[in-house]
Design a protein around this ligand. Structure first.
Ligand code: F3S
Length: 395
């Protein structure tokens, strides 16, 4: 990979350890993927924030970078292990809190905004069409490539941090037109109206075609929340970093329609739901907000819960900035009065609270994958309405 004189100096350590380490990581990735050079990025988003996931080793590595490393582009952070305002209410132990706050403060020292959300595109970090960025958090990567028309590879927490410190990323994959070429056409014949249906659609597509990039036809009425569920599912079950949706993805019509075709109808969708449903009786939490809930979702939940009381534990996760906005709009009162819990900065998967559960009802297919695969829980996927109805005591 070609390096400028300046980049070589960074690699040689002339600007200190953090930058030379970051450059070493970018060069190693560039070599693996045969990148021609580094290109400038306009933002980064970093995952691997929860102390539960990175542990002492991760903390040490980040500390070594933070002595002198400062990010060169606006950079945001994925969720941490608890709500930074409500860790007591969540039952998080003090030692974990201290370690987690140390991690967050290290990122802060490097100039990174501790947004602690997996949906920074709603408010804090929305790239524009055609911008090159370096993002981790697979659901967000797929969404911004596909709906916004930004350009990012699916970065790891470390490679996104390295890119943020240098302000550049290797030119390969989704940063190039060839790397965004669709290779499969998906014709959606099912009438999709609900968020979780988009999650199940992503699950079905990913099961068939793995990490290939699809051109999806028949979802041109989908909104950002729907595509958020689709993106999370495609990225989780197939590792797909982007899709082209006819009528939605900027530049989708510059590619020829792939000949390989798959049709998904209502029956397929039904089968998909069945595959993502364990035992509903063995559920001790209803969880909404994977990826973090939008303002629209909070508004809807608030309307449904107006004047009611939940009979089963209901937890909603969202970003701090949307939580504050929802509070100002008066949307939280109905949820709290109904007995619902709302947490920002975190989610059930990256927080230790998931470990104490036995079963979860959720609107998210991504949550199904991790709660079942990592936490070994009993999980049942249903739509938002069904989740709320169940929390209110229905069956
Ligand atoms: Fe976000 Fe946690 Fe789901 S980070 S995408 S809410 S697993």
């Amino acid at each position: 990979m070609y390096l400028t004189r300046e980049e070589e100096k960074i690699l040689a350590g002339e600007y200190g350890y953090a930058y030379s380490k970051a450059m070493e990581i970018l060069v190693a990735i560039g070599k693996i993927y045969k990148a021609s050079k580094l290109i400038e990025i306009s933002s980064a988003h970093i995952s691997g924030v929860s102390y539960k996931n990175i542990g002492e080793e991760g903390l040490k590595f980040l500390s070594s970078l933070a002595i002198e490393g400062r990010v060169r582009v606006p950079t945001t952070l994925n969720p941490a292990g608890f709500d930074t305002h409500k860790w007591k209410e969540m039952g998080i132990n003090k030692e974990f809190v201290e370690k987690q706050m140390e991690v967050i403060n290290i990122f802060r020292r490097m100039g990174i905004r501790p947004t602690l959300t997996c949906t920074p595109y709603y408010k804090e970090n929305l790239p524009s069409k055609g911008e090159h960025v370096a993002w981790a958090e697979s659901s967000a990567v797929t969404l911004i490539n596909s709906l916004i028309g930004a350009y990012t590879n699916r970065e790891s927490g470390i490679s996104a941090l390295a890119a943020a410190l240098i302000g550049k990323t290797p030119l390969y994959g989704l940063h190039t037109p060839e790397g965004r070429q669709p290779t499969y056409t998906i014709q959606v014949k099912a009438k999709l109206r609900k968020l979780s249906e988009y999650g199940v659609l992503g699950y079905l597509i990913a099961k068939e075609m793995g990490n290939k990039i699809p051109l999806i036809k028949g979802i041109d009425n989908a909104n950002m929340d729907m595509l958020k569920y689709l993106s999370a599912s495609l990225a989780t079950y197939g590792g797909t970093p982007m899709f082209h949706a006819e009528g939605l993805t900027p530049g989708y019509d510059t590619y020829e329609e792939p000949r390989d075709k798959l049709t998904i109808d209502g029956e397929d969708l039904k089968r998909g739901f069945e595959e993502l449903r364990d035992d509903l009786d063995n559920v001790d939490m209803v969880w909404i907000g994977c990826p973090h809930a939008s303002l629209e979702e909070l508004k809807y939940i608030s309307e449904v819960l107006d004047g009611k009381r939940v009979k089963r534990r209901l937890v909603i996760t969202t970003s701090r900035v949307l939580l504050d906005e929802a509070r100002e709009m008066g949307l939280l009162d109905n949820i709290y009065n109904a007995g619902g819990e709302i947490y920002a900065d975190t989610c059930i998967i990256v927080s230790p609270i998931g470990e104490a559960l036995s079963g979860v009802l959720t609107s998210s297919t991504k949550a199904y994958y991790y709660l079942k695969g990592v936490h070994k829980l009993n999980v049942y996927v249903a739509d938002l309405d069904e989740c709320l109805n169940y929390a209110l005591g229905g069956n």
